[in-house]
Design a protein around this ligand. Structure first.
Ligand code: ZN
Length: 247
């Protein structure tokens, strides 16, 4: 296996596409299906699996999770159906530096984003409209190949976005109604990496945009775990030692 090979799992709630014709017409194979296809086309060393909320084990059995290097997350209407113990496992895997996490669009309110980043994920929103995505940090690996700006037609997300200050702010969105939004944010949590990216409303076509695709491909490479060469200890070793001496 090549040193650059990565196991990527694209998790999608996958309800809108099954329930709403207008969404299915845009994403007949699901949002996750389209993401898988452009990731594989762009990067032959990615091995991409699909996972959905209504799959057995919500698509993320221990075997799948423990062999995932980068997890992508799209959810909207059923955040509350994701089991808390699964969320805890995801957070732990990110914090221990074993897996990167990429959260897309309405995933800002997912349990996974809120738990891993530490936020309620709240923001304001409005009608679908023209958006200009500005490249705020061209030297960042996630911005490689992205021009100073590009255009989308997207659901309005606007500030204030009640998240912790990002460690790196890579993109900013301007909307035709005059609102702005921090649209591409990087967080370091424990030994792991998290990228949140705003585009991706289920009734818009943003996942077909070549720059959106490039950003997501770049983000997968950026979020991949570092080879740190040792196991990170979970818990305090002194407590464990003392307890074992005593009992
Ligand atoms: Zn949306």
């Amino acid at each position: 296996m090549s040193a650059n090979a990565l196991n990527v799992t694209v998790w999608n709630e996958y309800r809108h596409e099954r329930m709403e014709e207008a969404c299915r017409a845009i994403y007949p194979d699901g949002i996750h299906g389209l993401i898988k296809s452009f990731l594989e086309e762009a990067d032959a060393e990615l091995s991409v699996r699909l996972a959905a909320l209504d799959d057995p084990d919500n698509g993320l059995s221990d075997d799948v999770l423990n062999s995932t290097d980068v997890l992508l997350w799209w959810g909207h209407m059923a955040h509350h159906e994701v089991p808390d113990d699964l969320v805890a496992k995801i957070r732990q895997r990110v914090y221990l530096g074993k897996m990167g996490l990429i959260v897309l669009h309405s995933g800002h309110h997912s349990k996974v984003f809120k738990e891993v980043v530490g936020t309620n994920g709240n923001l304001s929103w409005g009608r679908d409209q023209n958006e200009i995505v500005w490249n705020l940090l061209p030297a960042h690996p996630i911005a490689a190949g992205i021009p100073d700006h590009f255009n989308l037609f997207e659901e309005l997300y606007c500030e204030p976005f009640y998240v912790p200050q990002p460690d790196e702010l890579v993109f900013g969105g301007w909307f035709e109604d005059g609102y702005i939004f921090r649209s591409g944010l990087c967080y370091y949590r424990g030994a792991g990496k998290v990228f949140y990216f705003q585009p991706g409303h289920e009734f818009c076509r943003s996942f077909y945009n070549p720059y959106v695709q490039r950003i997501i491909c770049n983000a997968v490479r950026w979020a991949a775990p570092n080879d740190i060469g040792y196991e990170i200890t979970d818990g305090c070793p002194h407590v464990t030692e003392k307890l074992s001496e005593k009992f």
